[in-house]
Ligand binder design. Structure first.
Ligand SMILES: Cc1cc2nc3c(=O)[nH]c(=O)nc-3n(C[C@H](O)[C@H](O)[C@H](O)COP(=O)(O)OP(=O)(O)OC[C@H]3O[C@@H](n4cnc5c(N)ncnc54)[C@H](O)[C@@H]3O)c2cc1C
Length: 380
């Protein structure tokens, strides 16, 4: 019997556990450890916070038969076992590290803001928004994907509120024409843009920026993502931002029984440099991580991971959206889609993530390949 322990039941962990269980090897026992008995659709947390459908579903409906679930939180990783926060421990032959990410800490006083990065934060924001009277001011801080989607969703579900998006810039990584389109669509959705500002402190009644104070009845902090410090605390090799280091097969160097997948993991060079924290990258990493574990069990050398990115889908409320097609290295291509068609595509992609986890052996993804950008650079 080989015991595989999957730490974290997000997009990477569920995909990995289901793919292992579907491999038809009765002597491979898969256990998932997760702090709650539900799967959280993090890509829908802005909808959840704004009062949309519940973003959680029972893991028992999603994990394949044969996969055991242990509700708990891993707080230390040793050579062949993990310690849990509740005092328990679990032994493993192989560990799949897939503990994902959380919202990064904000500036001083950010405890006065509501978050959006995990379910508890989104629940508490959902309760707060319901209590706000018409005309109340909601300030969303952060011009990245989470900030854009959250501001648009709140404006869509609460047209009586005054929603402002405060940031240095909006979608700064996209081409100028794409940024202009997103800004126009946010304005049409009723979001007031306040760009060129850096928030330095959050108060209970507003935010301090480098250009003065802005009043707010509810500040939403939508900054970048951070990862749990579990790998660091356990003495495993990590990058400067705390992600578990792996080789190009997703095995942790010097720890051949630990394989990583998802936001909490950093594969090297060409294998991982282009992989942004996203379920778009986490799911194929989870699937490849499962294949790596199976290869190790068979005593074979695992294959290098190869994942190509396809695009960035941004929901702007329920009736509008923006899709930026990308090269496989995640750099923008010329093609974009916007409006209702983009909203429909984005919704289908969100639904597909669940279907893909249910049918893990059929799941396929784009390989890294050679993007047009790299090919041109190589020719020059
Ligand atoms: C509002 C919002 C919108 C987003 N939209 C998109 C989008 O449109 N497209 C896209 O690609 N990405 C999107 N993302 C990002 C995407 O959700 C994440 O990149 C993705 O969830 C990462 O998957 P993961 O499996 O690595 O981690 P997660 O989904 O974060 O799952 C990690 C799991 O591990 C558990 N865990 C944590 N610590 C421990 C521990 N110590 N022991 C055991 N379990 C633990 C967590 O509770 C969680 O269940 C969005 C995120 C947010 C917040």
């Amino acid at each position: 019997m080989t015991r595989v322990l999957v730490a974290g039941a997000g997009y990477a962990g569920v995909m990995a556990a289901n793919r292992l269980a579907a491999a038809g090897q009765p002597d491979v026992h898969v256990t998932v450890v997760n702090p709650r008995p539900e799967f959280v659709e993090r890509v829908r947390l802005h909808e959840h916070a704004a009062g949309g459908p519940d973003a959680k579903r029972p893991l028992s409906d999603l994990l394949r038969r044969g996969v055991r679930l242990r509700v708990g939180k891993v707080n230390a990783i040793a050579e062949r076992s993990v310690g849990l926060e509740d005092g328990g421990s679990l032994e493993f032959d192989y560990l799949l590290y897939a503990v994902g990410s959380t919202a990064a800490r904000g500036p001083a006083g950010s405890g006065n803001a509501w978050g959006i990065g995990d379910l508890d934060d989104a629940e508490s924001l959902r309760r707060r928004l319901r209590l706000l009277p018409p005309g109340a001011r909601v300030v969303v801080v952060g011009g990245g994907l989470t900030g854009i989607e959250s501001a648009a969703e709140i404006a869509y579900r609460y047209p009586s509120l005054s929603v402002e998006l405060v940031s240095r810039s909006v979608a700064a990584w996209l081409p100028e024409s794409s940024r202009a389109s997103i800004e126009r669509r946010l304005a049409n959705a009723g979001v007031r843009l306040r760009t060129g500002l850096r928030v330095t402190e959050v108060h209970t009644d507003g935010v301090e920026t480098d250009a003065g104070k802005l009043a707010s009845d509810c500040t939403v902090w939508a900054g970048s993502f951070d990862v749990p410090d579990l790998a660091l605390r356990s003495g495993l090799p990590v990058t400067a931002d705390g992600r578990l280091r792996t080789d190009d097969t997703l095995v942790c160097p010097g720890h051949e029984r630990i394989v990583g997948a998802g936001d909490a993991v950093a594969p090297p060079g060409q294998a991982g440099d282009h992989l942004r924290m996203s379920c778009q990258a986490a799911m194929p990493m989870g699937a490849h991580g499962a294949d790596t574990v199976l290869a190790l069990i068979r005593g074979e050398r695992p294959a290098p991971v190869s994942i190509g990115m396809a695009g960035q889908g941004i929901s702007l409320g329920r009736r509008d959206g923006f899709i930026q097609a990308t090269h496989r290295d995640d750099s923008p291509r010329g093609f974009t889609l916007s409006g209702r068609a983009a909203a429909v595509v984005k919704e289908r992609v969100c639904r597909f993530t669940i279907t893909a986890m249910r049918f893990p052996r059929a799941y396929r993804w784009l390989p890294r390949g050679t993007s047009a950008v790299h090919a041109r650079a190589a020719i020059r």
